[in-house]
Write a protein that binds this ligand. Sequence first.
Ligand SMILES: [Zn+2]
Length: 433
Amino acid sequence: MLLRIGFDDTDHYKGGCTTYLCSLIVERLEKKATFLDYPHLIRLNPNIPFKTRGNAAVALKVECEDPEDVVDLVWNVISENYSGKGKADPSLVAIKGEVPEEVKCLSMRALHEFLPLSYVARVLKKVNVEQRFIKRGRGLVGAAAAIGFLESDFIDFTYELLTYRNPEFWGKPRRVEYESIEVMDRALRPYVFANIDYKKKRPLILSHGPDPVIYGIRGDFPSLLVEAMKMIKVYEPIDRWIIFKTNQCTGVHLFMRKKIPVIRPYDSLTVRGIIVQSPIVIKGGHVLVKISDGEKTIDCVFYKKTRLNVIATLIKPGDLIEVSGGVKPRRRGLTLNVEEVKIIQQVIVVEKKPPVCPICGTKMKSKGKNLYRCRRCKYLAEFVDFEIRHRNLPKYPLKQAPSAYRHLTKPREREGLESFIKKGVLIERWHYP
Ligand SMILES: [Zn+2]
């Protein structure tokens, strides 16, 4: 019997994560079921303010003889590890056989929109899938979304290998040799990515805070991730590790395109519009740009942190651009926080230039509005010259700086590599223990 189980909002390990719980579940489940795929680690809409930590949910796809027994086992591990403290509402969704279209649809929407729990609960009830949850079951949205997400054929995906600390190290500083990360990155890129912010000489793979993760390496091939793990020097034991198939680093959260009048708060999307006023540099060095699609306008903010603020100041009224990012409600209406920008068409800039004196050929000097006088022969002219200023803004999509990357951001170095045919076959050793 084919069985899929999704779970979310299990966070409790002093800011721990659902992936750690998954690693415990995989270890126990191996005796009762055959894994048909890596566990799916699905990141949802990053712009939801009341998300669970990291906003990631996990789904398992297994073949088993007794599905009830398997669901019980998974739920037992979740409940055993639930502290009762904090805000988590651990939730589980189980689907036998194929994933209903309604659930696949929920997955895509959970990535781009804000979905109310009541709506998700209604859909799940309608398609008759099993649900278990504690408290209000806020985790149901992620649990259902995680199951459906990688079931569509066209969707790009990547892998992440996560390593975990022995509980006695939780809360202590992580001691990982930076040089070894750089050696690994140089050897295996571009098939591993987003490991290091070279500009700041800062590793991006390390976890921070009290959670049990040491580091996570992201890449396109599971076997290379195991190679990478062997290359990184860590001064503490790796207690357990596991490879996930994920939607991270695919940029899929920006696929939705909308016209401005139908944009809603917390959408993640891409919009196309014409700049209607000169960019304004606001407090903090961020840049505000207003675009219109002919029906309505929206303010787009290019934050300094993304380093896209520089390009934003070069944009001129009349330019046609495509911006991608998250929509936030503000006092003055909706704003789009830009993660990516593409300049589709640049207006030609014509600038006034002082004319040359028709009598002596000297460059004339401005004497007020459209009035020029020749310094040499005092000839007074009431005309101007024009010149076209060439603008060479890049035509390729401009992404935010690596330090501002979100889990779903497709890193620069992965651009173009997503078309690889990946069969997603399980390698022999994809988790420990
Ligand atoms: Zn002259």
